[in-house]
Design a binder for this molecule. Structure first.
Ligand SMILES: [Zn+2]
Length: 550
């Protein structure tokens, strides 16, 4: 491959003086397989980095001929990718969870959860609120929502909030219900307070959970800062160099800004703004924020709930729950109003839509405002169940479907029960969605799913779980090629936040963000992808993680 330089004049200069004078680089990487993810999907061997940016990419010989450096890293044939970008996650929520919440993912029964919460209380004896997250009744012997009877017995004096894996359902104990002022007569728009035989069960759906969340004391700035840093450490180890945080508040953004200022936060963040008046006043009204680390140019809306808790808004009733078609979390008028406000300010809109009805509604609202093809990159987050006649609207209005491949492989065990054999064909349809605009950003929605980009890649291309099930793949027609899956985690994820000129590929002039894996996931047998290990992660040419130090 021919060496590429930032500016053509340098190339001429270098050719003339290559024998006598080499340019000094801060870092040179050699002997690697470098997937540049440039226009031609070129593969190189070496990279030179200067001032946090990529100065040149080429063969080891070419780069060493033109550059010298005190730091030359021989990667011994490992594989380098552009730093992975998660286009939809909850970076702060994940960090907060690491510090304060019990991890309930993968639990096999409600009794197991009770045991975990007892241990959690022993670990945090001063905590008044006890929180856990990650349960999924679909993993239990009896796949039904629990009741809080045992929870009340175990924790009579401490409020307990245990959120379902998708964040759209929760079970709370009596103490929490009392503090939130929830009684049998309470009703809430866009939510449900579940009763059984005329008694509260403690199960809350969607907006009803906010009644409880609203009475939990907010973390102070110091705790928010700790959470960001805890999340950052784990994400670096997973090979992430940029994240799109799907919903942040003003005070949280202020913490991000001060952490960048002090040099502690290095993760690059595209922050979607939650649409409170205070947030919009502080960040949308002044226009787009764009620095090397922080981009704020979008708002996050929620149109419906989630499929697992039957809160996703469907056109027809749930196949396994006649009479129930899910919930809209906001009125169409209010959603449209926020969209218009954003449009006027030149902001991007990113709306959570899971059910086919919610997707149709958002495509209509977006379409009415955007009118035709455009480059505003308004996004539908998840685009999980789409009616066959609605797919082409993504193309007609250039709406970006922002999807999370591990959702497909987490939900494939039970999703068909919720929506039936016909509707499932338009569910988790990443290939169909990708074809509408020719590109698609990928993410995880962590902490709902694992943070690992490698697992995202595997789920996208294999459409199987980690045990290789199902052997025939889940809806194989909607798998992505390895090339497209990699683009979705790098270049296309950058494009989804208008950052494709700064990152997402290894090309001269872009940020020196890259991730080194122990194997080449573009060619290894599919079954060997999930066990890939991140060896090193670099942001702006700085090594922020190394497995070799451990
Ligand atoms: Zn999300």
């Amino acid at each position: 491959m021919k060496i590429l330089f930032k500016f053509a004049p340098i190339l001429i200069f270098m050719t003339l003086t290559a024998c006598t004078q080499k340019e000094k680089a801060d870092l040179i990487i050699t002997n690697a397989t470098v997937y540049t993810v440039d226009e031609n999907f070129g593969i190189a061997q070496a990279i030179a980095v200067t001032d946090g940016k990529i100065a040149a990419v080429g063969t080891t010989e070419e780069v060493l001929q033109h550059f010298s450096s005190d730091t030359i890293l021989d990667l011994e044939n490992r594989t380098v990718f552009p730093g992975f970008i998660d286009a939809h996650c909850h970076f702060l929520g994940y960090g907060t969870g690491l510090l304060t919440r019990a991890d309930l993912t993968g639990t096999k029964s409600f009794d197991e959860i009770l045991e975990i919460m007892k241990t959690h209380q022993e670990k945090f004896p001063s905590a008044f609120w006890l929180e856990g997250r990650g349960w999924d009744q679909n993993d239990w012997p009896e796949k039904i929502f629990p009741t809080n009877v045992k929870l009340n017995e175990l924790f009579p004096d401490h409020p307990v909030l245990l959120t379902r894996i998708d964040g759209h359902a929760a079970i709370v104990n009596q103490k929490a219900l009392e503090l939130a002022g929830i009684s049998k007569d309470t009703s809430v728009e866009g939510g449900e307070i579940v009763q059984l035989n005329g008694e509260l069960t403690g199960v809350l759906i969607d907006n009803a959970i906010d009644l409880v969340r609203g009475v939990i004391p907010h973390p102070d700035k110091e705790q928010i800062a700790e959470a960001f840093l805890a999340a950052q450490e784990k994400c670096f180890a997973a090979g992430l160099t940029s994240v799109h945080d799907a919903g942040l508040e003003k005070n949280e953004l202020e913490v991000i800004e001060s952490l960048y200022h002090s040099g502690q936060l290095k993760m690059r963040i595209n922050a979607m703004l939650l649409p409170s008046d205070e947030n919009l006043e502080a960040y949308m009204n002044k226009g787009i924020t764009k620095t090397d680390h922080l981009t704020i140019r979008s708002i996050k809306l929620f149109s419906d709930g989630a499929l697992g808790s039957r809160g996703a808004k469907l056109i027809k009733d749930y196949s396994d729950d006649p009479g129930n078609s899910g919930l809209l979390l906001r009125s169409p008028e209010s959603l449209a109003e926020y969209c218009k406000k954003a449009y006027d300010k030149g902001f991007q809109v990113c709306t959570h839509a899971i059910g086919d009805s919610a997707n149709r509604l958002m495509l209509k609202i977006y379409g009415d405002i955007l009118k035709g093809k455009n480059d505003l990159r308004w996004r539908i987050e998840h685009a999980q169940i789409v009616s066959p006649e609605d797919f082409e609207k993504f193309g007609s209005y250039s709406v970006v479907p922002s999807v999370q491949p591990t959702h497909a492989t987490s939900d494939m065990y039970w999703a068909h029960e919720r929506v039936g054999a016909e509707r499932i064909k338009g569910a988790y349809a990443y290939q169909f969605l990708m074809q509408q605009n020719g590109w698609i950003p990928l993410g995880t929605d962590f902490p709902i799913e694992d943070i690992s980009p490698v697992k995202t890649f595997y789920a996208a291309v294999a459409r199987k779980d980690l045990k290789g099930w199902p052997s025939g793949r889940f809806q194989p027609e909607n798998a992505l090629s390895r090339t497209d899956a990699l683009r979705g985690m790098t270049k296309w994820a950058a494009k989804a936040s208008f950052e494709e000129n700064e990152k997402g590929s290894i090309e001269p002039g872009k940020f020196a963000d890259f991730t080194v894996l122990d194997r080449d996931i573009m060619v290894v047998p599919e079954a060997d992808i999930p066990s890939s290990r991140v060896v090193m992660t670099f942001i702006g040419g700085e090594q922020v993680f190394s497995a070799l130090d451990k």
